[in-house]
Design a protein. Structure first.
Length: 173
């Protein structure tokens, strides 16, 4: 199977009418949009590879590593972050100025004297997550188990008092 077969717009049944010159360019892989797409992908690859830091397992720099999930109930806000290979001593959690900040760093060193090489990697991350008003930051709790950090921030009573429900009507006014 050719790579072109995987692209939806290259299949015969899904093709839109295009000028003959564009059809010829697409068949030669020199279509301007395809070239632009390749150049943008190369640019992003170069930017993230250009700092000389090897990729760290579990950290996706392009997606804003580490992966974070947010959850909210009437009583609390819960933030879960995947931090494989880190210990609780490698992570710092700060609540200030209406934001939760997660910071950390990962260091790794592998040495193989039989083969005569040493490999080191280092990476830092910082994620800032905006918080709504009415968070009780003094009673926040954090747990770290099996590479997963869970931060729980309870809401104050004032946070629940300011909530107003708006009814949804099915008919336009």
């Amino acid at each position: 199977m050719a790579f072109r077969d995987l692209i939806p717009w290259s299949r015969q049944e899904n093709r839109l009418p295009v000028p003959v010159s564009a059809e010829r360019d697409r068949d030669n892989d020199t279509h301007p949009l395809l070239s632009l797409h390749r150049e943008v992908n190369r640019l992003f690859d170069d930017v993230f590879r250009g700092f000389g830091v090897p990729a760290l397992a579990g950290f996706d720099r392009a997606a804003g590593w580490p992966h974070v999930e947010l959850g909210e109930t009437d009583k609390e806000i819960r933030v879960t972050a995947e931090l494989p290979g880190l210990d609780e001593k490698d992570v710092e959690i700060i609540v200030e100025d209406g934001a939760l900040t997660l910071r950390g760093e990962k260091r790794s060193e592998v040495e193989d004297k039989d083969r005569g090489y040493t490999e080191r990697s280092y990476g830092r991350f910082e994620r800032r997550i905006g918080l709504p008003q009415g968070i009780d930051r003094d009673n926040g709790k954090a747990t770290f188990r099996n590479g997963v950090l869970t931060v729980t921030l309870p809401k104050t009573e004032a946070a629940n008092e300011n909530v107003r429900r708006i009814p949804v009507n099915g008919k336009a006014a």
